[in-house]
Design a protein around this ligand. Structure first.
Ligand SMILES: [Zn+2]
Length: 385
């Protein structure tokens, strides 16, 4: 067994309805704090689902400000604007309340507020200096697992994304509350759920840092996600299925925070960057093709996961590995999301640029069970077209 270290968020609350007690939770853990910033996006704010949490914060005498200008694939300018607002308001605690983008922006507000370090010097692994403001994360999709990861993804150029990865980005508290996810459209539930499954699958086969804890989390995450995704898509108001999805996505987040993702994510990022396809769907589109490419080196591990996703599969590792890939393909079709790159606007003329951009994702590609060349990346995109 390899040596390993393992970190996660120290305090986790998985309880339907818990967000309504946000004020109680904050005053219990941070009795001195008065000024709280909620970071979200305009669309989620409009749902009104934040209102009960806000009411509880106010009941507890906390001053609450809301930054609702987060957009998908947040650019640096949004982060810097949010930090400037937070500093003006002398914010003492940051709550990320939304999907991965809101939680990623919340992490950076917490580390940048009051810091003299520039955002540009934080990209990469372990480059954040100093401490941060107290940070609570409340996901409103069951997918990214950002509530328990030390990663924040920012759009730095027209199409380029950069990651800040540092232990300071782990939140103090993560709250999983299914009531916040009941309004999610079926396709969002499906794509974000598949993204969470990709986190577990990639962490289980990652070349570096795979360990018994991450393996255990990957299996439990897949059990919950696979066991509930159809019901959550079909019957979006089923709170038990929604809570199980949130828990599965969080376990997958804990898993890939310690045993990192690989080529599926590396090839998904350029699709998001160039074509503005949501993160979960980008992953789902390339997933079966990357798994097929990896199978010569990873069939044994895919076969182990097939015991959860394709339990009836029999025979050799290769046969059970194929059954896992087919099951994931069938899931994407069953839940009605796009399954070919051409359906999101990609043409054969885009394949070179996609492949070139994917090769820049060295942080992820280095973890892949099989080395990916430029020609391989192009071939995978071509197969996904
Ligand atoms: Zn992901």
């Amino acid at each position: 067994m390899n040596n390993f270290d393992f970190r996660t968020v120290p305090y986790l609350i998985s309880q339907t309805g818990a967000a309504k007690q946000l004020g109680d939770i904050i005053t219990q853990h941070y009795p001195e704090i008065k000024r709280v910033l909620i970071v979200t996006d305009a669309g989620f704010l409009r749902t009104g689902l934040i209102a009960p949490a806000m009411a509880n914060l106010e009941q507890r005498g906390l001053q609450v400000s809301v930054f609702a200008d987060v957009v998908a694939d947040p650019p640096e300018s949004v982060v810097l604007q949010a930090v400037s607002n937070a500093e003006k308001l002398e914010i003492e605690l940051v709550v990320g309340f939304g999907g991965g983008s809101s939680m990623d922006v919340a992490k950076l507000i917490a580390v940048l507020s009051g810091s003299t370090q520039a955002l540009g010097s934080m990209y990469g692994i372990g480059n954040v200096k100093g401490q941060r403001l107290p940070l609570i994360q409340i996901p409103t999709t069951a997918g990214t697992g950002s509530e328990v990861t030390p990663i924040s993804i920012v759009t730095t150029g027209a199409t380029t994304k950069m990651g800040v990865v540092a232990p300071q980005l782990y939140a103090d508290i993560a709250i999983l509350d299914a009531e916040l996810t009941i309004g999610l459209p079926t396709k969002v539930t499906a794509a974000t759920g598949i993204d969470a499954m990709v986190h577990a699958i990639e962490a289980y086969t990652t070349k570096h840092k795979k360990n018994p804890l991450s393996d255990m989390l990957a299996r439990q995450a897949l059990t919950l996600l696979w066991g509930n995704i159809d019901e959550a898509c079909k019957n979006g108001s089923n709170l038990a299925a929604r809570q199980a999805m949130l828990l599965g996505a969080m376990l997958a987040g804990q898993c890939f925070a310690n045993a990192p993702c690989a080529a599926v994510h590396a090839l998904a990022y350029p699709i998001g960057g160039i074509f503005h396809v949501p993160h979960g769907l980008s992953n789902s589109l390339v997933l079966p093709h990357v798994l097929r490419f990896n199978a010569p080196n990873a069939a044994g591990q895919y076969a182990e996961l097939a015991s959860i996703i394709a339990p009836d599969a029999q025979g050799s590792d290769e046969a059970r590995s194929s059954a896992l890939i087919h099951a994931m393909e069938a899931l994407a079709q069953r839940v009605g999301i796009e399954t070919q790159l051409r359906q999101v606007g990609v043409t054969v003329n885009d394949l070179d640029q996609l492949a070139n951009d994917a090769m820049l994702q060295t942080r992820l590609l280095g973890n892949n069970p099989r080395e990916v060349s430029l020609a391989d990346a192009r071939a995978i995109y071509a197969a996904a077209l």
